[in-house]
Design a protein around this ligand. Sequence first.
Ligand SMILES: Nc1nc2c(c(=O)[nH]1)N[C@H]1C(S)=C(S)[C@@H](COP(=O)(O)O)O[C@H]1N2
Ligand SMILES: [Mo]
Length: 322
Amino acid sequence: MLIKKPDDIKSSEITDKQLYLSRREFLSASTLSLGALATGMAAPGLLLGSNEAQASTAAKLNDLRKSKFSTDEKLTPYKDVTTYNNFYEFGTDKYSPAQLAHTLNPRPWTISIEGEVKHKKTYDIDALLKLAPLEERIYRLRCVEGWSMVIPWAGFPLSELIKQVEPNGNAKFVEFISLQDPKQMPGQRSSVLDWPYVEGLRIDEAMHPLTLLALGLYGEVLPNQNGAPVRLVAPWKYGFKNAKSIVKIRFSSTPTASSWMKANSNEYGYFANVNPTVDHPRWSQAKERRIGEFLKRDTLMFNGYAEQVASMYQGMDLRKFY
Ligand SMILES: Nc1nc2c(c(=O)[nH]1)N[C@H]1C(S)=C(S)[C@@H](COP(=O)(O)O)O[C@H]1N2
Ligand SMILES: [Mo]
């Protein structure tokens, strides 16, 4: 076997290794011995759980660059990342997106850039994939409901796209608009939220190097339930800021109320920075449950990204601007 230095290892291979390790776990729990695997006797297709099989058939994203912004915390298993989701366009419970999102068609797909920019244009998803080198970014995701995950995203900084379209002097805020199509998204037949799903960032937040336009996870294109083909990931904010299946990015001079603010303005602010000292009106935000762990852990200010992002909020009362 070829021994490579860690720096030579592409993240697609690392993903394979992670799958390999989880297969090992599966094997050691079964009647087969590890020796069978080592000698190549085991036929992987037969041994994989259905979710792992799914992982191995999705389109791989090659040559992902590593990012200095990645956490080295233990990854949340692929199965949890792709079966425990919030995606109200496919129902309000955590398990329905994985079951229902097959009706979403991520190809062909376009994303249009509108509002206060010099170059209003529409990108085809395949052109977007080539807009900048893809990186693997391992980020914590903290849902406002009190759980968290560690997810290896693939994408590039949103700033790369913003630089291309050149916002004008009026562009102070950026709006992210998800697909609206009840034929593809059965949850939109219910009015739990005001469709389409809309979220927003201040322009400096959108330009921040941590803010990612994600096109994949675990070294593969995004599964539908995680927001295929393109979504936002701003890791210091609660999960709901990270709009999925985006079709439109609009630059504006004023902030727009997000779907969650319209649904309940007392509970969801515009900034939605992870903050253990500001409770949700109905529950504490001091602790969180990392999916797969039993004991709760302390929630970190800005989800652990304070060093990188706190300066953007200097002088702001974060109890008021939550
Ligand atoms: N369009 C859309 N985007 C969305 C949501 C949604 O319901 N619709 N849910 C949000 C919430 S509450 C969370 S926690 C994250 C979950 O992302 P994940 O399922 O990939 O972990 O997506 C966010 N993005
Ligand atoms: Mo969430």
